[in-house]
Design a protein around this ligand. Structure first.
Ligand code: IDP
Ligand code: MG
Length: 149
């Protein structure tokens, strides 16, 4: 089982899409292991997006992501990292497949509703930025016997 870090960004919260995003994650069979709404600190935002520190959009990205409440999750399941990236769709919503969150619900790269870690290494790093170990639950879902062979 893999774990990944998922965020409903401030635009998703403001547009009332928290339930829509969580519903898609749950219906796919992925399991929510931790969940919190908060306004991310500038320090955490800069750490989270450290790989983009030299990009021209870095400052606006950090100010956007810290501009209001967002929803952070740890999501677990078989191939959770790649499955979650596919649920979100391509970074630029213009290129995101219909059926994905960005392909169905967004128009602009800078307002693309969701984040999900892009690798095992990123997932570990991002989960540790946003959650303490004690905040991450461990439980079985009753449908697991029917989700997995
Ligand atoms: P990802 O969210 O699909 O992993 P990344 O390339 O890691 O995409 O970029 C992180 C976030 O930065 C994107 O989700 C988007 O919100 C923002 N971003 C990426 N590229 C641009 C850009 O060219 N202009 C404005 N914002 C961008
Ligand atoms: Mg990324």
């Amino acid at each position: 089982m893999e774990r990944t870090y998922v965020m409903v960004k401030p635009d998703g919260v403001q547009r009332g899409l928290v339930g829509e995003v969580i519903g898609r994650i749950e219906r796919r069979g992925l399991k929510i292991m931790a969940l919190r709404m908060n306004t991310i600190s500038p320090d955490s935002a800069k750490k989270h997006y450290a790989e983009h520190a030299q990009k021209p959009f870095f400052n606006s990205l950090v100010s956007f992501i810290t501009s209001g409440p967002s929803v952070s999750m740890v999501v677990e399941g078989k191939n959770a990292i790649s499955v979650m990236r596919a649920i979100n769709g391509a970074t630029n919503p213009v290129n995101a497949a219909t059926g994905s969150i960005r392909g169905d619900l967004a128009l602009d790269t800078g307002r693309n509703i969701v984040h999900a870690s892009d690798s095992l290494e990123s997932a570990k790093r991002e989960i540790s930025i946003h959650f303490k170990d004690a905040e991450i639950t461990g439980y079985s879902r009753v449908d697991e016997a029917w989700l997995y062979e």
